[in-house]
Design a protein around this ligand. Structure first.
Ligand code: BV8
Length: 258
């Protein structure tokens, strides 16, 4: 990556008063967590995740979907946030406002201590009643349940009817209203949006950079490949976020000290 491009992006970030950072699966790639569209290793290579992450798939074959989430939870448990996640925490000491809006469900931003994280699509570590029988969401602590995991997910301990499912937003499910509204408002109000590691094909998350752009914000991108966001980004740094973010934060620190 040529230094001049990094310096250009650092100079666009150093004076940001209201920065929004939108992250996707690419943010966790250097932690060893496969991105959403990349073929998962082994058993899951033959399934398209967008056909597993749906309420219909869960109704049709709860064990298959539950096992896919168990596999992903184990993958995440065996991984760790990478230097890119830590760099975003360091950015909070350099800029007046940094809000992370993430599409990721791995919990890594929260784990490293980012202070304001909006999870658009939920949290893979949490489970809930499929029917939200006690209200939205009816969280269930499965560590307190006894069930035969060979049969798939447990039954909700409250209603004893519906099955327990991961507390994530599936395709064809609406995002929590308050979460989406806050993300949209922040995208409208930000002066800079840094978009990291997303293909920009899943909506309504992919609308957020467009909202920022139409509101006059500077949109920047870190992604090794062009994405659905690239055409509205004034700069795309073609590299890995785990490698580039620490370099950018160092440059911002230098600019701040001169
Ligand atoms: C909804 C949780 C209303 C589950 C996920 C228009 C408007 C509204 C809706 C739609 C619309 N058009 C279509 C829809 C429907 C649908 C949709 O968007 N479909 C797509 C496939 C076209 N949207 C929905 O259903 C949403 N709900 O709209 O409600 C509604 C209600 C009823 C009926 C209709 C509509 C809900 C969407 C949420 C789905 N849940 N996750 C789980 O994780 O199991 S989405 C999932 O995929 C991820 O969370 C993520 O958000 C998403 C996209 O993945 P990315 O993060 O972008 O990752 P991807 O692999 O695609 O790309 C990785 C990128 O990283 C690449 O660009 C790569 O180059 C880059 N990269 C690689 N290495 C690195 C890197 N970058 C940096 N560093 C590296 N080292």
């Amino acid at each position: 990556m040529e230094k001049a491009k990094l310096e250009t992006v650092a100079r666009m970030l150093v004076d940001a008063q209201r920065l929004v950072v939108l992250t996707g699966a690419g943010m966790s790639k250097e932690s060893g967590v496969p991105t959403f569209r990349e073929a998962h290793d082994g058993l899951w290579a033959r399934y398209d995740p967008t056909s597993l992450a749906t309420p219909g798939a869960f109704r049709r074959n709860p064990k298959l979907v539950w096992d896919w989430y168990t596999y992903r939870r184990e993958l995440i448990a065996g991984s760790a946030p990478n230097p890119g996640h830590h760099a975003l925490v360091a950015l909070e000491d350099l800029l007046p406002q940094v809000v992370i809006v993430t599409q990721n469900v791995d919990g890594f931003h929260q784990q490293v201590g980012s202070s304001d994280v909006i999870c658009l699509h939920g949290n893979i570590q949490e489970n809930k009643c499929f029917d939200d029988c006690q209200g939205k969401p009816t969280l269930v602590d499965i560590s307190r349940l006894e069930w035969d995991a060979e049969t798939g997910p447990p039954t909700c301990p409250y209603c004893r009817q519906a099955l327990v499912r991961p507390n994530v937003v599936w395709f064809n499910e609406t995002l929590p209203v308050a979460v989406l509204e806050r993300a949209q408002q922040l995208s409208q109000d930000c002066d800079v949006m840094l978009v990291i590691g997303t293909s920009g094909v899943v909506y309504p998350a992919a609308y957020l950079p467009m909202i920022a752009h139409q509101s006059g914000a500077t949109v920047l991108e870190i992604n090794p490949s062009p994405s659905g966001i690239s055409q509205i980004a004034v700069q795309r740094l073609a590299g890995g976020s785990g490698e580039l973010l620490p370099l950018i934060v160092d440059l911002i620190r230098q600019l701040k000290s001169t």
